[in-house]
Structure formats: C-alpha cells, structure tokens
Design a protein around this ligand. Structure first.
Ligand SMILES: [Zn+2]
Ligand SMILES: [Zn+2]
Length: 149
C-alpha cells in the first residue's frame, strides 16, 4: 500500500523509469494513475478508453508504449489468462489471480504463503524466475453478471 502511495507521486515513478533508462512522460504517469484508480485488471483497450477521458489526445500506440514502460520498471505487471488479451495489474504485492469463467473478470487473491515450485520435472539447467498462480472458476455474486447464478 505504501509503495503505491509513494509511486503515485510523479517523482518516484520518475526514479523507477530512470533506473531502467526510460523517460518520464506525463502520459506514462497518467496511464499509471488510470491503473491505480481502478484495480480491476483492464486490458490495454480498456486502459485506452479510460485514459482518453482525461487526455482525449492520447493514442493507442502511446498507451501500449506506456504500459510496456511501466511493466519494465516493475510498477505494474502484465497478466495473461488463457488466450485472452493481456491485462494489467497495479498490485505489486505477491498475489494470485482468480479468473471467473462466466464473466471473465479477474480478482486478486492474497497468498498466505510464498508460492513454492510444485514437484515438477524441470530440466536441470532450467531456472524458475517467477511463478504465476491463477485459479479458474465462478465468482458467483462477486459481480453483477454472475450474481444470479
Ligand atoms: Zn463472474
Ligand atoms: Zn492482480
């Protein structure tokens, strides 16, 4: 939470971008704020629609470019669920995702434990860098679309 508040100020985002050799722009800051304001894992298209409300001049290319820069400097992460469009998550705490098969919404699920590599036959010289955990099911009641189920 504190990290988010810290990063919500332009100055720290500036620093994070600079560490990766990326430029701070008002568009990148705006895209970051759009992601912080509604943490519902929007796709790039949805981010574009929301970003346009305050900055009608913003282009889709700028949105893609900004999302890319923000992912690179580790203030947001890209979430891929099945073969659907990539979604963006501004929660940088370790967490899993719960994907609703009915409405397609993705929810953050807190992990009570650090994820461990399950028993798998990994080639000896392979190195695990990160683990993505996602659950699939029905959110039943957590969203309007599924409320009646
Ligand atoms: Zn649902
Ligand atoms: Zn998330």
């Amino acid at each position: 939470m504190a990290t988010d508040q810290l990063l919500a100020s332009g100055e720290s985002l500036n620093k994070r971008l600079a560490e990766k050799g990326l430029r701070f722009t008002s568009q990148r800051k705006h895209i970051y704020e759009v992601l912080l304001s509604q943490r519902d894992h929007p796709s790039a298209e949805e981010v574009f629609t929301r970003a346009k409300q305050a900055k009608p001049e913003i282009s889709m290319a700028t949105v893609y470019n900004s999302l890319d820069a923000l992912v690179k400097c580790n203030v947001i992460r890209q979430v891929n669920v099945d073969r659907g469009a990539a979604m963006y998550c501004s929660n940088m705490n370790e967490h899993a995702h719960f994907c609703c098969d009915d409405c397609g919404k993705v929810f953050d699920v807190n992990l009570k434990d650090s994820p461990r590599v399950p028993e798998v036959d990994l080639p000896v010289d392979f190195e695990v860098r990160s683990i993505d955990i996602s659950f699939h099911g029905r959110c039943s009641g957590k969203c309007e679309d599924c409320g009646q189920n």
